[in-house]
Structures are given as C-alpha cells and as structure tokens.
Design a protein around this ligand. Sequence first.
Ligand SMILES: CC(C)(COP(=O)(O)OP(=O)(O)OC[C@H]1O[C@@H](n2cnc3c(N)ncnc32)[C@H](O)[C@@H]1OP(=O)(O)O)[C@@H](O)C(=O)NCCC(=O)NCCS
Length: 240
Amino acid sequence: MVLWVIRRCEASKPRPEAGGGAMNGFFCMGRGCTNATVRHLTAFSGGSTIYFFKNNMLWRFAFFWLGIYASGLGFILGLLGTSVHIRRFQIGEEATLYGVYYSAIHRIASRDYSQEQINAWAPAEVDQILWEEKIQRINPFVAVIDGVVVGYTDIQPSGYIDHFFVSGNRPRQGIGANLMGVIHQEAAQRGITELTSDVSLTAQPFFSKFGFHVVEHRFPKRRGVVIPNALMRKILACST
Ligand SMILES: CC(C)(COP(=O)(O)OP(=O)(O)OC[C@H]1O[C@@H](n2cnc3c(N)ncnc32)[C@H](O)[C@@H]1OP(=O)(O)O)[C@@H](O)C(=O)NCCC(=O)NCCS
C-alpha cells in the first residue's frame, strides 16, 4: 500500500520550484498526492522528513527507512526464535528433498551456471526410483523450520559430503551453517579425520568459510553437460 502511494507520487511528477536546488519538489504535487499523503509517509517512516528531490530520490529515502524497519523487525523475529531443527532423513521424504535440491540449484546456483547447466544438473523430471535410492543410500540430515524441510546434507564414512543443499527460498539464513555444524559433530563422533566434497562454484565461498580449501578444479559431466566444481578438503583435528 505504501509503495503504491509512493509510486503515485512519483508518477505525478513534482513540479520543480525555481532555483533547482535539492529542496525542489519538497511537496508532492498533483493528483492523488496530497500533503496528507506526505504526512502518512512521514509518520510511517518514523517521523523523518521525506524530501521529494529530483531523480526519484523519494524512492531512495523511502526504501532507506523501510529497510531499517524491515531489518529491525527481522532482528526481533530472529530473537523470538525461528529455530532450525536438524534430524535424520525419514523414508518418504525423498520427493521433498528433490524439491529442496531443485530450488537450490535453480534459484541459488543459477547465478554461477548457465540455464543449460542448471537443467542438466537438476531436471524438472527426474527418475524417481534412482533418486529415492540415492537419498536412502546417503542417508542425509535434514534441516527443518516450522515443520518444513529447508535443507539437507550427508556425511559418508570416509568423510565425503555428497549433497549439501539449502532451499532457494531460504538462502543466507544460517541453515547451511547449522547443517555444517552437524556434519562436524558427526565427524567428531565417528572419528573421521578429514572432510571432502565436490563443491559447486556457488558453494565454494561457503565451504571456504568453514575451513575447506580447494584441492583440484574439476569438470564433471551431467547428462552430457560440463558442470565445473572443485574438490575441497578440510583436515580435522586428529583423534588420539
Ligand atoms: C551453499 C549453500 C548450501 C549455503 O547455505 P546457506 O544456508 O545459504 O548458508 P548460510 O546462511 O549458513 O551462510 C553462512 C555463511 O557462509 C558464507 N556464505 C554463504 N553463502 C555464500 C555465498 N554465496 N557467497 C559468499 N559467502 C557465502 C557467508 O559468510 C555466510 O554468512 P553470512 O550470511 O552471515 O555472511 C546454499 O547457498 C546452496 O544450497 N547453494 C546452492 C546449491 C549448491 O551449490 N550446493 C552445494 C553443492 S556442493
């Protein structure tokens, strides 16, 4: 609603005052943009004056304040506790995990790969039997928020991480970090001394952040298409 009002103000083209300085168009003039509208926006933005400069400054000011409010709200909601619960995958969740895999690749990894690579990596139609076998074999941990599976990963007895995916609807919310924490716990419990994974271009900064380093750049093919990645490794503290 507020953004609609802002748009309308912008569309009404504030009439420039003589002088051409920064205060030009201080009021929004024209149809649908009364001073009451301005007051409404002002109140919404926390009592700060909104200036109708030229070159769409209204947008920038409005977004600035709305951004502050949104991050404040996000922070409070965070404190109230949207917690990530991590548990073992359960039989019957294979299709859900394909949804996570698909959205992670199509919505996050797509920034580093072409559409052809993305489609080869995560096709819309997948062989369900093969997928179910794969997921049951790697026996992943899943991350759950409010009953919804939002990510998953696995660790094999060798320390190899085969899959590591966070839903495309939930990037950069700490879900990957939580999953990585569980991988490390599990490795410590099982006496695993090194972690390895073939890591996508997209996930390499994330893995680096957790102490992995690139051992080798690789160019594997999926469904006939090359999808570059890198073998990454992390040496864990030796168990005595
Ligand atoms: C890589 C991936 C698993 C990360 O999961 P995530 O939940 O978004 O990661 P987090 O929010 O826990 O990130 C923790 C920290 O890692 C780093 N990080 C995460 N993603 C990053 C990125 N794309 N670029 C740089 N740093 C990144 C940041 O330091 C981040 O902390 P910050 O957000 O406070 O800056 C997720 O982006 C993903 O599924 N990507 C697409 C699929 C893929 O490539 N999977 C890997 C196959 S091997």
